[in-house]
Design a protein around this ligand. Structure first.
Ligand code: ZN
Length: 189
């Protein structure tokens, strides 16, 4: 635990250093790059710091995970990283967009990778009232409600529902969203 905390602190420092660097860059008046470019560069730097941290012990991996979604049909992450020693995992999905769920609804559905296509195509016919999921679909490990802009939903499920030898994915089951809105569920120490 101490080891993990130390890594967290180190990663936090690295991130802080990143942020500080980009702030001083933007405040320099003779900076040639437009502010938006600087922001993009800084975001990808941050992403690579997180990625390299996850090799050893991800700072993103927790028993509580928050994922945002938006009106551009995107999740805020392509990965849900769960610490292997979590007993339960809690996932909160937020929707920072403005569109209603009938037009731009999002949920987080977790299945085995090989079950994804079947769950999506079966769910489509059940409509927005059933969150675009077949009721009691046993292939679904966990799923939030379908939410619209400004809403959120939180689910908690035992990590024992996931077989660590299997490959799991998460996605949004709203028709047409899965291509843009899916990612991997991974375990990290
Ligand atoms: Zn969606």
């Amino acid at each position: 635990m101490k080891y993990y905390l130390a890594l967290l602190t180190a990663s936090a420092l690295a991130l802080t250093a990143c942020g500080g660097g980009s702030e001083s860059a933007t405040s320099t008046s003779n900076q040639e790059a437009p502010a938006s470019n600087t922001a993009t560069a800084s975001a990808s730097d941050t992403a690579s710091v997180v990625a390299s941290a996850s090799q050893a012990s991800s700072m993103a991996a927790e028993c509580r995970i928050t994922l945002d979604s938006n009106d551009n049909m995107q999740f805020s992450s392509k990965e849900i990283a769960i610490k292997s020693n979590c007993k339960d995992v809690t996932i909160t999905l937020t929707h920072s967009g403005k569109m209603p769920k009938a037009g731009m609804g999002h949920n987080v559905v977790i299945t085995k990778a090989r079950d994804k296509d079947g769950v999506v195509s079966d769910g489509m016919s059940f409509g927005v009232d059933k969150d675009y999921l077949k009721p009691d679909d046993t292939r679904v490990v966990a799923a939030t409600k379908l939410i619209g802009g400004g809403e959120s939903d939180t689910i908690t499920f035992p990590v024992s529902k996931l077989n660590k030898e299997e490959e799991y994915v998460f996605f949004c089951s709203f028709p047409g969203h899965v291509a843009m809105m899916s990612g991997k569920v991974v375990f990290v120490e």
